[in-house]
Ligand binder design. Structure first.
Ligand code: SAM
Length: 274
């Protein structure tokens, strides 16, 4: 039977429900069961992505739900006094690290479409007592933020979940000041994965992931008007033999492992022309 593809609104609703559930789980629970018991993807292991923020200044353990796939804020060249926007801020992990760099004279805005994540992030900010970190409910495809607002945009493992990536990067371009920049960590595909394997691999790598081809991803960034696009970091996500074995024999697995085809977590940087 042919299955109907989900509409963009349905996809977003699924993502919201998933992350509302995750917002109530601890980091340890997320690391072992990804997106909770209802997800049906027990093999998922977010620790395949795990880049460790815990040694960074500003790190707040309550805000770290183990959901990132890079350290964009570390690579974001944030200066004191900057306005930083974090797209898909979750419980605020990158926002609190960014606040360490902007200091009291800066401003940090976390944007997320999941109400429970916003509530959790606000609670974390109140506990720390920051007055210049705020969390705003809204969709990355239609941000409730003014033009030319941010010196720096960061985002950690979010844009793969956004159905319309053209719109996401067009909106990112709109809210960055001329001469500003972004550093974004995300999940992308390199090379041709058989479609059934891609589905399983995405399941493994993040449940409701809509990761796209890396060249397409970089083209979308350029088409949105960004320049000086650089990949700051690229890390292959190792798919376990159990998954590959459903689609390939031993020899094919070996040649797959020796190729560059696969799922990658990347951190990409780009500038809005001055
Ligand atoms: C994988 S989590 C990452 C959270 C956070 N960046 C971190 O590293 O802990 C994805 C987050 O993005 C949010 N999100 C997904 N799609 C979104 C969209 N279209 N607009 C705003 N937020 C979105 C989800 O609600 C969730 O909190």
């Amino acid at each position: 039977m042919k299955t109907r593809t989900k509409t963009s609104d349905e996809l977003k609703q699924t993502v919201k429900e998933k992350y509302a559930e995750i917002s109530e789980q601890s980091r340890d629970k997320n690391a072992t069961s990804c997106c909770g018991s209802s997800c049906g993807c027990d093999t998922v292991d977010y620790s395949v992505f795990a880049d460790d923020y815990s040694k960074m200044e500003g790190y707040n353990a309550d805000a770290d739900l183990g959901l990132g796939c890079g350290l964009p804020t570390e690579y974001a060249h944030i200066s004191e006094g900057d306005t930083v926007v974090d797209l898909g801020s979750g419980a605020g992990n990158d926002c609190f690290v960014a606040r360490q760099e902007t200091g009291e004279s800066g401003r940090v805005i976390g944007l997320d479409m999941t109400e429970k994540m916003i509530a959790k992030a606000q609670k974390n900010a109140a506990k720390i007592g920051f007055e210049n970190v705020e969390f705003v409910l809204g969709d990355i495809e239609d941000m409730p933020l003014e033009d030319d607002l941010a010196d720096v945009v960061v985002s950690n493992c979010v844009l793969n979940l956004v159905p319309d990536k053209d719109l996401a990067f067009a909106e990112t371009h709109r809210i960055i000041k001329p001469g500003g920049h972004f550093s974004i960590s995300d999940v992308v595909i390199r090379g041709e994965l058989p479609s059934a394997l891609k589905e399983d691999a995405e399941m493994y790598a993040g449940c409701v992931s809509g990761a796209i081809d890396i060249d397409t991803y970089l083209d979308i960034i350029a088409e949105a008007g960004f320049i000086n696009i650089k990949i700051q970091k690229s890390k292959p996500i190792q798919l376990p033999d159990e998954i590959l074995a459903s689609y390939m024999d031993e020899k094919e697995i070996e040649s797959f492992r020796n190729s560059e085809t696969g799922i990658y977590s990347i951190t990409v940087y780009a500038e809005k022309p001055a």
